[in-house]
Design a protein around this ligand. Structure first.
Ligand code: E4P
Length: 219
């Protein structure tokens, strides 16, 4: 399973990269705004900085909502770095833009996926990734992991090469459940990756090993 970090925070990206577990980055306009990145030049510079830290795909989302705007923005983003993946919202114009980019060999991530039908459309239009939002579905009492399972099954049935990128991951069990059912990628914050480290028996075991070592050394 590939691990993407879902943030525009450079320190968090560096930390995940230094741990050696990072395969890519996803951002969105809210995450960019949270870091105070505004204005086209700053946004482009920030994406470039992210690409310089990570050896892997970096999803950069278009702001435009019409086909022409998405194409213009997406082409500029794709020129920034070979690792840029153009993130396109699941709308009618978005589907057209996915098809356009796939024919041009520009990789895409179709975002805001909340149903299997949307995921099927994105795959048919040639999206490189689809991003079903697990946590946001859970927030409205709908099983987000079940949607991932449905999409994985549908893609396997027809041999679609679009990768299932489980997004809006909120806790370690989301990661485990998505891994069990074969999601290709998960994207979540650094805190979720760090939470995967923890087990009380590991802490107790390590404390005992060190105490025994200390006792033996003082004999
Ligand atoms: C996907 O790429 C989105 O950036 C993200 O995962 C949304 O997560 P949220 O629901 O925690 O905002």
């Amino acid at each position: 399973m590939k691990f993407f970090i879902d943030t525009a925070n450079l320190a968090d990206i560096r930390e995940a990269q230094d741990m050696g577990i990072l395969d890519g980055v996803t951002t969105n306009p809210s995450l960019m705004a949270k870091e105070g990145i505004t204005g086209k030049d700053n946004v482009m510079r920030h994406y470039k900085q992210i690409c310089d830290i990570v050896e892997g795909d970096v999803s950069a989302e278009v702001i435009g909502t019409t086909f022409d705007e998405m194409v213009r923005e997406g082409e500029e983003l794709a020129e920034l770095d070979d690792n840029i993946v153009v993130k396109i919202p699941m709308t009618r114009d978005g589907v057209k833009a996915l098809k356009y980019f796939s024919e041009k060999g520009i990789r895409t991530n179709c975002t805001l996926i909340f149903s299997a039908g949307q995921a099927l459309l994105a795959a048919k239009a040639g999206a490189s990734y689809v991003s079903p939002f697990v946590g946001r579905l859970d927030d409205i009492s709908t099983d987000g992991v079940e949607l991932i399972e449905q999409i994985v099954t549908i893609y396997r049935n027809y041999g679609y090469t679009t990768e299932v990128l489980a997004a809006s991951i909120r806790h370690p069990m989301h990661v485990i459940q998505c891994a069990e059912i074969g999601a290709d990628v998960m994207t979540g914050p650094l805190s979720v990756m760090l939470a995967l480290l923890n087990h009380p028996l590991t802490d107790i075991g390590l404390a005992k090993f060190l105490a025994d070592h200390k006792k033996a050394s003082s004999m």
